[in-house]
Design a binder for this molecule. Structure first.
Ligand code: FES
Length: 330
């Protein structure tokens, strides 16, 4: 692992699996074979990592969910949809060659399985299938009850069709095509029944799908704690402005003013203190920074309500301070 906490991996194989979808197999640099002793940092089902990439517009950092079983740390498997109007990250992945070395962050998880659930309903829209594939792997290995519904416009646009077909739990997968009148909207009630204790719902996909699913679940009396979602973009831009406050850098005692229109990350950068930034929308968790004193004004969508209450971490790309001063563990 590098000083910055990044891990160097090598592209072991690249496989097309669906319209504009590339399956990328990343291995530790000092091994080329699955099952050897070389290990990558562990991960949980639902986790994602940051991929550090070179693109024509410079270095970019993008997040991708890990789809492999979480008991296999000999490799990281990700699946990347080439975006038509993307910001360059997916095009850079699709331009990778076998043998390329890359830096990745250790995996993080903000989309966890509830270990106490008796039955899990996994819903995925398009490339949102990636984290729920890893969840299905984990639930299958546990012998847990689950069903996985994947929504796609057509069979041709279904991501990871071959990968899904090869899984030992493929009989739990139900495919839905809007071209056949089986889209999610309008049919949500068919896969989200009235809540019964012990059921957990997981949804990953476009914002519209998540909004429909959470509205349907609420109408069918699912408690909020039983509904888990992961989205690819915020429904509206995060509000990062607010009152001025002071950030204290614990390692040096330096005090830095954060103006009403500035983010903590921007102020740190201006003073030569680098932080890892990726989404800059409070969605990915790349910029989580320890808080040693003060009360953050959390504006991210990464930390759970319980995690926020501890006030031990802050997303410096978007969150602010409720106290006049915030001491950061950097
Ligand atoms: S950079 Fe993604 S949450 Fe801050």
């Amino acid at each position: 692992m590098s000083a910055a906490g990044l891990v160097e991996v090598v592209v072991h194989s690249l496989t097309s699996d669906g319209d504009r979808v590339l399956l990328v197999d990343l291995r530790p640099v000092d091994t080329g074979a699955v099952g050897t002793d070389a290990k990558l940092p562990p991960f949980e089902a639902g986790a994602h990592l940051d991929l550090h990439l070179d693109s024509p517009s410079g270095s970019v950092v993008r997040q991708y969910s890990l789809i492999g079983p979480d008991d296999d740390t000999s490799r990281y498997l990700i699946a990347v949809l080439r975006e038509r109007d993307g910001r360059g990250g997916s095009a850079a992945v699709h331009g990778l060659a076998v043998g390329t070395r890359l830096a990745v962050s250790p995996p993080r998880n903000s989309f966890r399985l509830d270990p106490g659930a008796g039955h899990s309903v996994l819903l995925a829209g398009g490339i949102g299938v990636t984290p729920v594939v890893a969840m299905a792997e984990r639930l299958h290995r546990q012998g847990a009850s689950f069903e996985l519904h994947v929504y796609s416009a057509t069979p041709q646009t279904l991501p990871l069709a071959r990968h899904l077909e090869g899984r030992p739990w493929r009989d739990r997968v139900v495919l839905h095509y809007s071209s056949a009148g089986d889209g999610f909207r309008g049919n949500a009630q068919s896969v989200i029944p009235r809540h019964t204790p012990g059921r957990a719902l997981y949804v990953c996909g476009p914002l519209g799908m998540i909004a429909s699913a959470t509205a349907c679940a609420s109408a069918r009396e699912w408690p909020r704690s039983a509904v888990h979602t992961e989205q690819f973009a915020r429904s509206q831009a995060v509000e990062t402005a607010g009152e001025e406050f002071t950030v204290v850098v614990a390692s040096t005692g330096r005090e830095l003013a954060v103006g009403p229109e500035e983010t903590i990350a921007a102020v740190l950068r201006r003073h030569g203190i680098e932080t890892t930034l990726a989404c800059e929308q409070g969605l990915c968790g790349s910029c989580l920074t320890p808080v040693l004193a003060g009360i953050p004004d959390h504006r991210d969508e990464v930390q759970s309500p319980a995690e926020r209450e501890t006030n031990t971490l802050i997303n410096v790309c978007c969150s602010r301070s409720l106290s006049p001063s915030l001491t950061l563990g950097i």
